[in-house]
Design a protein around this ligand. Structure first.
Ligand SMILES: [Zn+2]
Ligand SMILES: [Zn+2]
Length: 651
């Protein structure tokens, strides 16, 4: 039969394996990097026969996203094999590949210790050295049941009970047998960089009434260099952990006695947040939004109209006042609907863009709460755009441009994903299609690349999720644009069109930064606590060498403050070196030292964060330099922003 590999067509005998077919076309060097192949989008084992219908094979290389997935999933099998060798009483459950690694859940008589993990890792290396082949056998379910029954692998039996098909596939490597759809790499020797990372508890099938399992996590990469880079990134992420930096820089705290997932902002954190919010208000006004403010609690009836009561109730908090039940808002949409409805709208009034820094409460399970990144109370930079159907695409583009500019301001790259209709949803098929197409065509007509997230939309409409990439190349979901044809219907919103007819507006829900709390968490980690000058809570600190300079230091602070700079003096009777170190630990962008010479010449000795020494400068030049540094990110992003208003002295 004829088969094409990377544009080269060769003849292969019927029943030839994928590996045989690839050997015909690929160089030995390239072939060594291939861990599987793809035919018509389906990934196949190299040992599998080339399917009859297959016309072309595409090699899957070890460092491609699909290749890495295979390495990681295969590493999970190898880890399970190692565990079974060392702990024969352990029962295996499931072991998928995950982002950057893999895990396997075991039902073990006692928790694994760090020493156990070391022993398992050593055993993994042995199995890799043995270069065990992964072989796949397809068999009737009954036959597979017998195999796993004999081994006492009761979890595998339970998994099989839920499978509807009559045949299943099992994969073997050495003595280890696993129920698995595959595919896999050809043999364990292809694993060149595997490392176990940690153990945690997990419930079988995530159900807290089922047995507690031991989940061993590991990571696997195509080569030791990539593994090392990843492990360094993990180390760096630990150093940058926003909970640690939040404490050290005195930005915020979270107290169990107050409630999990509730943040208390300390002066410096609250100041950074205020600067962000102030920037947002101005930027929204500039882009044609109106600022509105709605109540935190609204009567239950309102949530029934919106559909939240039926579809989102389990995530909401309720309270009772005068025998009337109120829902604490998990979203800001409802008040905005009422602003729209407060008067008759003409086609000329649209689009209406209503913006609110709205504080919402959502009941997240205690187990998923995480510092600022997952909280129960947070403030969104939320807006609802109500427009005519013919304006929809331009409005979507306007939001994308907004997000683009703001991401540029912080130096973030970003990616876009389109999420389509989930299983649990409201609205007609036709509406969903219209909304999904509007989002698609806005991106496509501007050549913006995007991925599709099947079934991950909100219950009321499809959405574009924008994921930013931070300094450690981690992705964070912040901005979203959600299309909604349902809420205008439910609230019976209308406008009078050119032809005098009443028509239904279309609505977009959108956030740019998303939750301010979460965005702050991302910023802290991205900048490792060293905020850009325009955001830094303290931009400059004046340090004296001895008491003799106190008077001038205070004068310098007053001069810089008057120019709108957030500056303070450290007049403590401590050694200069000590004061400098402390300011550096607090990541203050400018350290301004004042000694006798500086007093005499009415200047400051300037040290920039990162330890660059500029020598003595006049107060005037220093102020101009700091203010210019504040403007820089805005000039690059094509935005203008007046700093005089962003500063503490004028807030
Ligand atoms: Zn498998
Ligand atoms: Zn909304």
């Amino acid at each position: 039969m004829q088969i094409a590999v990377e544009g080269k067509t060769t003849d292969i005998p019927e029943g030839a394996s994928c590996l045989d077919a690839l050997k015909e076309s690929l160089s030995g060097k390239k072939l060594r990097k291939v861990v599987a192949c793809k035919c018509g989008g389906r990934v196949l084992d190299l040992s599998a026969p080339v399917p009859e219908s297959c016309q072309g094979l595409e090699p899957v290389e070890e460092d491609s996203p699909e290749g890495l997935d295979l390495l990681r999933h295969s590493a999970a099998h190898v880890m399970a094999a190692a565990v079974k060798r060392l702990f024969p009483d352990v029962k295996v459950t499931i072991g998928p590949a995950i982002e950057n690694g893999f895990y396997y859940d075991f039902d073990a008589p006692k928790p694994f210790t760090p020493e156990d993990l070391e022993a398992i890792e050593a055993e993994i290396q042995k199995i890799i050295a043995e270069n065990q082949e992964f072989t796949c056998t397809v068999m009737p379910k009954a036959e597979a049941r017998e195999i796993f029954e004999k081994m006492g692998e009761t979890y595998k039996l339970e998994i099989m009970d839920d499978l509807e098909q009559d045949t299943v596939s099992i994969y073997r490597n050495g003595d280890f047998v696993d129920l698995c759809r595959g595919p896999h790499i050809a043999s364990s020797g292809a694993l060149k960089a595997v490392k176990l990372t940690h153990v945690s508890g997990a419930y079988w099938r995530g159900d807290e009434n089922r047995p507690t399992l031991q989940r061993i996590y590991g990571t696997a990469w195509s080569d030791p260099k990539a593994l090392k880079k990843y492990l360094n990134q993990v180390e760096e992420a630990k150093k940058r952990d926003h909970r640690k930096l939040g404490r050290e820089l005195d930005l915020f705290s979270i107290h169990e006695d107050v409630g999990p997932g509730m943040v208390i902002w300390h002066p410096k954190g609250a100041l950074v947040r205020t600067i962000l919010e102030d920037f947002e208000r101005k930027e929204h006004l500039k882009r044609g939004y109106d600022i509105v403010v709605g109540p935190t609690i609204l009567k239950k009836d309102m949530w029934e109209i919106s559909g939240h009561y039926d579809h989102y109730r389990e995530n909401m908090y309720f309270t009772e006042i005068d025998e009337q039940i109120y829902g604490i808002k998990p979203m800001n949409c409802l008040s905005h609907m009422l602003v729209y409805k407060s008067r008759i709208r003409s086609y000329r009034d649209l689009p209406l863009r209503l913006f609110e820094l709205g504080t919402v409460h959502r009941h997240e399970r205690a187990g998923v709460l995480h510092g600022l990144l997952r909280v129960r109370q947070f403030t969104q930079d939320d807006a609802h755009i109500l427009c005519r159907p013919d304006q929809l695409e331009e409005e979507i583009m306007g939001v994308i441009r907004f997000v683009h500019d703001v991401m540029g301001l912080f130096g973030f790259e970003y990616e876009m994903e389109l999420s389509t209709r989930p299983e649990k949803s409201i609205g007609s098929d036709e509406d969903w299609e219209r909304a999904t197409n509007a989002l698609k065509s806005a991106m496509e007509s501007h050549d913006l690349p995007y991925d599709i997230n099947e079934g991950d939309g909100a219950f009321y409409g499809p959405k574009i999720d924008i994921k930013l990439k931070d300094a450690l190349e981690r992705r964070w979901q912040c901005a979203t644009i959600q299309c909604d044809f349902t809420l205008p219907e439910r609230f019976d919103l209308s406008y009078v069109d050119q032809d005098g007819e009443r028509k239904r507006p279309v609505m977009l829900h959108r956030v740019v930064l998303g939750a301010i709390e979460r965005f702050m968490g991302v910023l802290i980690e991205h900048f490792a606590g060293a905020f850009p000058v325009w955001l830094a809570p303290v931009q400059a600190r004046v340090l004296t060498v001895t008491d003799a300079q106190n008077e001038f230091a205070e004068e310098a602070v007053a001069v810089l403050k008057a120019r709108g700079i957030r500056v303070e003096a450290d007049l403590r009777n401590e050694k200069l070196g000590y004061k400098v170190r402390e300011a550096q630990l607090e990541k203050i962008p400018y350290i301004l030292v004042v000694g006798d010479k500086e007093v005499e010449e009415r200047g400051v000795n300037v040290r920039i964060r990162g330890n660059k020494n500029l020598g003595m400068q006049s107060l005037d030049d220093t102020a101009a330099m700091i203010l210019e540094e504040c403007q820089k990110p805005f000039a690059q992003g094509g935005m203008s922003y007046s700093f005089a208003h962003a500063n503490a002295s004028s807030l």
